[in-house]
Ligand binder design. Structure first.
Ligand code: HEC
Length: 229
């Protein structure tokens, strides 16, 4: 009996040892469901494309190392699917994942990036957190506030949210918001910013409910940049 359970144990350990470096079965792209897509970015979630791929691109996925063409040691770090299928990523288990272990390896002959400085701690932490959150390929709706001008980005916000009442004929509060000058002057001369931010004591605009934060961030950025036309 004892002998039997011992050999069973032995057999089981063999199975475990043999499996240890099998790649974790790759989740289908975007697994389980990219439920965060189109939603605002959550500061506690590590979004692969936003945080992880840029680190890999800068430090690993280049020619001679782990780009798709070289794939040194069969590890290709050039995109999510390749990373999942070649870099021994074990979802929820950073400490058991080679892609994390090699970053903190004390043996410099094994530490990655090979022959370079260790990655900054905040980048190592991000990779760890990404794996421990399930190594998913989540995306979120980033608010792009770069290169905003009235024509590019601002006009449509006012068109979609304000001109139904603040149009060019007979506008509410006698305030038309259909041209660059009108919008700029309204921001300079009325409490427009307080209203769209739902500040206490002023009526909210638009009347139906606060706009998505991204619209407000864009307007604020545009104002701070000096109303580029
Ligand atoms: C459904 C109609 C409606 C929509 C949509 C609307 N407004 Fe208004 N707005 C009004 C009315 C009515 C008033 C006058 C009453 C008041 O002051 O609250 C007003 C007043 C204002 C005022 C005060 C003007 C002043 O002279 O003090 C500002 C600023 C303003 N709106 C900005 C906006 C902006 C910016 C948007 C879009 C983001 C917007 N409104 C969307 C109906 C609307």
């Amino acid at each position: 009996m004892l002998k039997n359970s011992l050999s069973l144990f032995f057999l089981l350990s063999l199975v475990f040892v043999a499996c240890k470096h099998e790649p974790f079965p790759a989740p289908p792209p975007g697994m389980p469901n990219d439920t965060t897509k189109g939603k605002p970015c959550d500061p506690d979630t590590v979004y692969y494309r936003k945080y992880i791929q840029p680190i890999l691109n800068t430090n690993c996925a280049y020619s001679g190392c782990h780009d798709a063409a070289t794939a040194s040691k069969d590890v290709n770090l050039s995109d999510y699917e390749a990373v999942i299928s070649t870099a021994d990523v074990r979802p929820f288990n950073a400490d058991g994942s080679d892609i994390y272990e090699v970053l903190i390896e004390t043996d410099l002959d094994k530490r990655m990036p090979l022959g370079q400085n260790q990655l900054p701690q905040n980048q190592i932490d991000l990779i760890r957190k990404w794996i421990n959150q399930g190594a998913l390929n989540l995306s979120c709706d980033e608010c792009d506030t770069t290169n905003l001008t009235y024509a590019n980005g601002i006009k449509t916000i006012f068109e979609n949210n304000c001109v139904s009442c603040h149009g060019s004929t007979n506008p509410s509060a006698n305030l038309s918001l259909t041209t660059y000058e009108q919008v700029r002057d309204a921001i300079l001369n009325t409490n427009l910013q307080a209203r769209i931010n739902a500040e206490p004591g002023v009526p909210l605009m638009p009347q139906g409910g606060k706009m998505p934060q991204c619209n407000i961030d864009k307007i604020e950025t545009w104002v701070a940049n000096g109303f580029p036309q």
